[in-house]
Design a protein around this ligand. Structure first.
Ligand code: DLZ
Length: 209
């Protein structure tokens, strides 16, 4: 169905030279999986190589800003430290646990070792789904995460795509994950928009630097 909302007619950008990080929460997994899938498909459609997409998960949306910061910092350290033997070593130092790195799933498994995190990211996508409950929890997390992610992109030097759905009902979340629309259609997968935004910002960032 045609709608006035959305980023307008998509212009295509060449993402083949980009490195993109994705941090996603695991709360509300059905929607998260669909949104992640939408983002990955948009990246692939723009030519971003599988081995240049690094994906890390955290339990809930509240953890997104911290994890984005660590991923960003790790890639900065790695790219400026010729002496570090492996990229995963640098990440382990910063995240404090090598076992966590088994979760650092890169789209193609063979790329998940030393090729991961060798250069800074051109954009990082933070994905989470917050569903309003009976308490003020939703408001506090939504506010904290929004401000945290904005601060990271302004203080750091990387675009952080705001992939946080803040919905009042599960139905609204499903529609925005492209799973089932409130009006009987399939809704729209916002993850796809987030992938495209990451590519556009990543390409433009190179021109602005
Ligand atoms: C605790 C909690 C609740 C109630 N709801 C959500 C939610 O809808 N979406 C989400 O991503 N995370 C939720 N969480 C978990 C918090 O984000 C966080 O992981 C915990 O409070 C631990 O810091």
């Amino acid at each position: 169905m045609a709608t006035l909302k959305g980023p307008g007619k998509p212009k295509s950008y060449d993402g083949s030279g980009l490195r993109i990080g994705i941090i996603h929460a695991r709360w509300n997994t059905t929607m998260i999986d669909a949104l992640l899938d939408g983002a990955k498909k948009a990246l692939a459609a723009a030519g971003v190589k599988d081995e240049n997409v690094v994906i890390q998960s955290v339990p809930g949306s509240y953890e997104l800003p911290y994890a984005v910061k660590q991923l960003y910092n790790a890639s900065q350290v790695q790219s400026s430290s010729a002496g570090i033997p492996s990229a995963t070593g640098a990440v382990a130092d910063l995240l404090g646990s090598t076992s966590d790195l088994t979760q650092l799933s890169v789209s193609s498994p063979e790329a998940s070792k030393d090729t991961a995190l060798t250069t800074p990211f051109d954009a990082i996508i933070a994905i989470g789904v917050l569903i309003k409950g009976e308490t003020m929890h939703f408001e506090y997390i939504a506010d904290a995460v929004s401000h945290g992610l904005m601060r990271l992109q302004l203080d750091g030097n990387v675009p952080v795509v705001f992939g946080l759905l803040t919905v009042l009902t599960e139905e609204q979340g499903l529609a925005r994950a492209g799973i089932a629309g409130v009006k009987g259609d399939e809704g729209h997968n916002h993850g796809s928009d987030w992938g495209s935004a990451a590519v556009e910002l990543g390409v433009k960032r190179k021109g602005w630097m």
